[in-house]
Design a protein around this ligand. Structure first.
Ligand SMILES: Cc1ncc(COP(=O)(O)O)c(C=O)c1O
Length: 433
């Protein structure tokens, strides 16, 4: 048995993987090394990580600068309780984040990941209204939203295959449909609503659905006029993915709370952040302890994770990284034009470094689309990691991806376009549009 097979079998013996029906997909591909955009299995086979490993990686795998800073921090102070104590990496990271976040953001609260960053934002918003003695108990989210897998985050997310087993336990949220013909259908009376949460410009897990900045602006203005707190969930869109540092940089109106994770550490360590305005922070200040934000995690502001985030920011804030983001955006633009009008591809869309399109199938364009596994395998066989969302294919590469690697990915998509006409794809005999 090869080393890869041995590892896959041992994995199967001991491990239950996320989002995986273990009966259908019991064997995982072992990864033993990463460098730049490439992930390697034990035989040396390389995979181009075209999705930044669940949208986390910014500068490439095992980046030497981040690795060095992690090592330095691990050998200096690996962890310390973050209540009653603090440390230089957390302070430096908070001040650097506040310098690049929208100017109305004043405080940083540390958490563990995207879901907990969302939980904290929601708790801050709901408790804010309680502390103000104003009964704004209702919450708004967008159709097709995804904000994480903890119960609060699930409640804020679209009801779907992912949440079905727990639907009786999720609290009620009102969902605003995505704009049709440039118009939002927003409830006429927003006064009962305490908060709106949204993924600005790109809804990731919902299918890389995109809406324009002017529509986002309209929604933010309506919320501001009605004093509804806006939570921008930039867990996926943050740190350059949409072509600017944050998706909210595409609009003038600013949110009250922002959630960050994923690219925060350049894709190396789990860390989450919720930032908020002074007015939210100030509402909790009191000599009455019941007005405390009672939330925290054992690994809150872990120094190694904060060191990784500081190291990632060192790289992100260079001109080279900005140019790489622009280069990927324009390469995607050229490729999008090339496949425009392709009979097997539809709804080609692009925002910054994210390119997405749907494969035309006779089934609904959603996560349950039966072509999904075949599409995944098609790219894996070619040494490319693309994880389709149903029949939606998307690219969201690390910023270090080379033109050669991008060409290989585009070429494989071109081959898919030709291949889809063949009988091997006639999954139900009717793949052709
Ligand atoms: C917009 C958004 N919010 C929150 C999350 C949850 O983040 P995590 O998986 O780190 O809990 C995700 C994850 O994909 C996300 O895309």
């Amino acid at each position: 048995m090869s080393e890869a097979e041995t590892l896959s079998r041992e994995d199967q013996q001991y491990i239950w993987h996320p989002y995986t029906q273990m009966k259908l997909h019991p064997l995982a591909i072992p990864l033993v090394r990463g460098s730049g955009t490439l992930l390697y299995d034990p035989s040396g086979k390389a995979y181009i990580d075209a999705i930044s490993s669940w949208w986390v990686n910014l500068h490439g795998h095992s980046h030497p600068h981040i690795a060095r800073e992690i090592f330095k921090q691990a050998s200096t102070l690996e962890h310390g309780i973050f209540a009653g104590f603090t440390h230089p990496q957390a302070i430096r990271l908070a001040s650097r984040l506040l310098a690049i976040l929208p100017p109305n953001q004043e405080k940083i609260f540390y958490t563990d990941d995207g879901s907990t960053a969302v939980e904290v934002a929601l708790k801050m918003a709901l408790q804010f209204w309680q502390l103000r003695g104003q009964p704004r108990r209702k919450v708004l989210a967008l159709e097709h939203a995804y904000h994480g897998d903890t119960f609060g985050a699930m409640s804020l997310s679209a009801r779907s295959l992912f949440t079905a087993a727990f639907s009786d336990y999720l609290f009620g949220v009102d969902f605003i449909p995505l704009p049709r013909n440039g118009i939002w259908e927003i409830p006429a009376d927003l006064s009962p609503y305490g908060a709106l949460i949204l993924e600005p410009l790109v809804q990731g897990s919902g299918g890389m659905l995109m809406y324009e900045a002017d529509l986002l602006e309209q929604l933010l203005i309506r919320c501001r006029e009605a004093s509804v707190l806006v939570i921008a969930d930039e867990v996926m869109t943050g740190f350059g993915r949409t072509g600017r540092l944050f998706a909210m940089d595409h609009v003038a109106e600013k949110p009250d709370l922002i959630c960050l994770s994923k690219g925060l550490t350049g894709g190396t360590m789990a860390l989450g952040v919720t930032s908020c305005t002074a007015s939210i922070y100030d509402a909790f200040l009191s000599s009455d302890r019941s007005r405390t934000l009672f939330h925290g995690h054992s690994y809150t502001a872990n120094p190694i994770a904060c060191a990784a985030a500081n190291a990632s920011l060192d790289l992100l804030l260079t001109g080279d990284c900005g140019r790489a983001i622009d280069r990927i955006g324009s390469r995607h633009g050229e490729f999008a034009e090339k496949i425009q009008g392709h009979p097997h591809f539809s709804n080609i869309r692009r925002k910054g470094t994210i390119l997405a399109f749907d494969v035309v199938t006779p089934w609904p364009d959603d996560y349950s689309n039966p072509l999904r596994d075949q599409l995944y395998e098609f790219f894996i066989r070619r040494g490319i990691l693309i994880r389709p969302l149903g029949n939606t294919l998307y690219l969201m590469p690390p910023y270090c991806i080379t033109d050669g690697e991008l060409n290989r990915v585009y070429q494989a998509i071109g081959e898919l376009g030709e291949d889809l006409g063949k009988d091997s794809w006639a999954l139900a005999g009717s793949i052709r549009p």
